[in-house]
Design a binder for this molecule. Structure first.
Ligand code: IPM
Ligand code: MG
Length: 353
């Protein structure tokens, strides 16, 4: 098939990991007789430096002409002044909103070989395989706010409508149907009005999915259960900010933030795929970045936006095979043991394809 992929490397290690993902996707394209074209464009701090805005119109125009977006990471100390009028993160929020990518899928698995990298006892990590579905275009991130004013007060608003909750709940229930048929919805219904609407709506949507077991968990309790009984979760649905927080927490289960992929999807096939990790300015440009999160994001791109399930599985299996063969980047290397570079790791994956 012919496909056009917009690549937004962004800042820091985003550049290295997207580069490696393009190599892997090119290899898959040749191997399976596809025709993938890559268009690179600007987002984040580098876009601020070059154009004065974190998401130039040209980037949106390029992305609109494509089938999917592969994104690296945005941000860095150079642009992190909280009082700055333009910030790299705004570009990320804007592109999610622009394409109505309301559901963010973040799969988290525990890799037995990496258990020494987690602070949890290894028996707790057995069979940990969770799919987080995070609402991505609503809640406090996008609600009415006031931050200038007299400087003495500021507010954000956690605002949700029934259709906004229902559409992401459908994504989560459908995902659960394809897995272990268990959905945990996270909220704070004991305190927040918006979260009572969330709980009520998820329960209503549940009526369409009699084969899925639903439970509601308060977000504070959820953070605890993720550490005390992570293997009990199948699909976890959360509103935007809660989902942001608990997925960083859950990354601990995987051994390294560098392992985690994500897919941001909407009502159509178009989606944005990015590793969960940030730009890691401390290791940028040193070949130390773990490309796994980005390679697994590329696999999700193949699956959800291009409908290439066999290719997606082949890539996921090649990443597994590389890990099984002992290939380790710095973040997942055994204590005192050796590690290979971002590029060498990718070559091992390509070799296993
Ligand atoms: C994430 C990040 C972003 C978010 C930031 C960079 C705006 O933390 O994708 O999880 O909060 O959504
Ligand atoms: Mg986050």
């Amino acid at each position: 098939m012919k496909a056009t992929i917009t690549v937004l490397p962004g800042d820091g290690i985003g550049v290295e990991v997207t580069n490696q993902a393009m190599h892997v996707l090119s290899r898959i394209s040749t191997q399976y007789g596809h025709d993938f074209t890559f268009h690179e464009a600007l987002i984040g701090g580098i876009a601020i430096d070059k154009t004065g805005t974190s998401l130039p119109d040209e980037t949106l125009a390029i992305a609109e002409q494509s089938d999917a977006i592969l994104l690296g990471a945005v941000g860095g100390p150079k642009w992190s002044d909280p009082t700055a009028p333009v910030r790299p993160e705004q570009g990320l929020l804007k592109i999610r909103k622009h394409f109505e990518l309301f559901a963010n899928l973040r799969p988290v698995r525990a890799y037995p070989a990496l258990s020494q990298h987690t602070p949890l006892r290894s028996e707790l990590l057995e069979n940990v395989d969770i799919l987080f579905v995070r609402e991505l275009t609503g809640g406090a991130y996008f609600g009415p706010r006031q931050e200038q004013g007299d400087g003495d007060s500021a507010y954000d608003t956690m605002l949700y409508s029934v259709p906004e909750v229902a559409r992401v709940a459908h994504v989560a229930f459908r995902a659960a149907q394809g897995r272990r048929k268990q959905l945990t919805s996270v909220d704070k219904a004991n305190v927040l009005a918006s979260m009572r609407l969330w709980r009520r709506t998820v329960s209503e949507v549940h009526e369409d999915y009699g084969d899925v077991a639903l439970d509601h968990v308060l977000v504070d309790a959820c953070t605890m259960y993720l550490m005390t009984r992570p293997a009990s979760f199948d699909v976890v649905l959360a509103e935007n900010m809660f989902g942001d927080i608990i997925t960083d927490e859950a990354s601990v289960l995987a051994g390294s933030l560098g392992m985690l992929p994500s897919a941001s999807i909407g009502a159509e096939k178009f989606g944005l795929y990015e590793p969960v990790h940030g730009s890691a300015p401390d290791i940028a440009g040193q070949g130390k970045a773990n490309p796994t999160g980005t390679l697994l994001s590329a696999a999700m791109l193949l699956r959800y936006s291009l409908g290439l399930e066999a290719e997606a599985m082949a890539l996921e299996q090649a990443v597994e095979a590389a890990l099984a063969s002992g290939a380790r980047t710095a973040d997942i290397a055994p204590r005192g043991g050796g590690f290979i570079s971002t590029e060498e790791f990718t070559q091992t994956v390509i070799g296993a394809l």
